[in-house]
Design a protein around this ligand. Structure first.
Ligand code: GH3
Ligand code: MG
Ligand code: MG
Ligand code: MG
Ligand code: MG
Length: 300
């Protein structure tokens, strides 16, 4: 999610510079400080990652250029803009820093208003990028992750499960007789119903590695790392029960007097030559079987 107040990580070994930079920037941004390269690498990779890094070139352990290279090469930190701050006022050095992935280069002694203006500009750009990347992975109706995010996530988890030889489970859920729901209550009511279902499903998915996405129109999917077939089936049933317990009226349903889901479950320990589509197809077939078995049920 896009943050209210953005954060700046100052990587600097000189006390006086830390104080000056901290004082100016803390009025607008959350500030974190690292006084050596090793500490900086740890901090930059924490869960709450900085939105921008101010990086001093002359450092006691890892030099700023090398740090810049490492941060730009790392998948987790490469999207964080880095501004190099240095007393070396040479074109060559500046070009070198920029070639390593820095977005800007400021020479000491720096002008405070210019530094603040540059920081603001890069943070604004960062915010816009964050908003775009947020939009690109979320579904606008339900707020859940979308198909694009699901595709990338299942691929990554499939590879991980293959490497670690652990189970990966997939639950596919489809609203029963939803066309009839729309026909009876109208499309707008259908939209609100999907939102309620999404909220309910999300509230019942608790582990941090689990991913819930809207797979298509009235279909939802949960990627469940390290869950076996039995536990995934228990969870799928819990999800269906939770949605049924909302008792959203569905007068046009032939299954119940309220909205229900059908669920398909698949789980496997991937082999190196198996594509992830095998897991998706297995869950899809199980879902089809649940529909054939009369809906409002889970099949494996
Ligand atoms: P089944 O139990 O076999 O799944 O029957 P169904 O009617 O749910 O399945 P079908 O595939 O025939 O119809 C799905 C319906 O879901 C049709 C479509 O209009 C509706 N739908 C898909 N996306 C949306 C949406 O974003 N909003 C609304 N309101 N309806 C949607
Ligand atoms: Mg220094
Ligand atoms: Mg469907
Ligand atoms: Mg269908
Ligand atoms: Mg359906």
């Amino acid at each position: 999610m896009v943050k209210e107040k953005q954060s700046v990580l100052i990587i600097e070994d000189e006390e006086v510079n830390i104080r000056v930079l901290g004082q100016i920037l803390s009025r607008e941004f959350n500030i974190d400080v690292a006084t050596c390269g090793r500490d900086a690498l740890v901090r930059a990779e924490q869960d709450e990652m900085p939105d921008l890094i101010l990086l001093d070139v002359t450092m006691p352990d890892i030099d700023g250029y090398e740090l810049c290279r490492q941060l730009s090469d790392n998948e987790k930190t490469r999207h964080i803009p880095i501004i190099l701050i240095t007393s070396e006022d040479q074109e060559k050095q500046e070009a070198y820093g920029l070639s390593l992935g820095a977005v800007d280069y400021i020479v000491k002694p720096f002008s405070v208003p210019v530094l603040v203006a540059r920081v603001r500009t890069h943070l604004q750009l960062k915010r816009q990028r964050d908003m775009l990347s947020d939009l690109s992975v979320h579904d606008s109706l339900t707020g859940l992750y979308n198909r694009r995010k699901f595709d990338g996530y299942i691929e990554a988890e499939w590879r991980r499960a293959c490497r670690n030889q652990t189970s990966l489970a997939l639950v596919m859920l489809d609203v029963d007789l939803f066309k009839a729901y729309n026909d009876h209550y109208g499309h707008m009511a259908g939209d609100r119903c999907l939102q309620r279902i999404a909220d309910c499903l999300l509230a019942n998915i608790q582990r941090s590695g689990d991913l819930l996405a809207r797979y298509g129109g009235e279909e939802f999917v949960a990627v469940l790392p390290e869950l076996d077939r039995h536990d995934a089936t228990v969870l799928a049933q819990k999800l269906c029960d939770a949605v049924a317990a909302l008792t959203v009226p569905h007068a046009a349903s032939t299954v119940a007097d309220h909205v229900t889901l059908s669920g398909g479950v698949a789980a496997m320990v991937p082999d190196i030559d198996m594509p992830s589509s095998q897991l998706i197809e297995a869950a899809d077939s199980a879902l089809y079987a649940a529909k054939k078995a009369g809906r409002d049920c889970v099949q494996v």
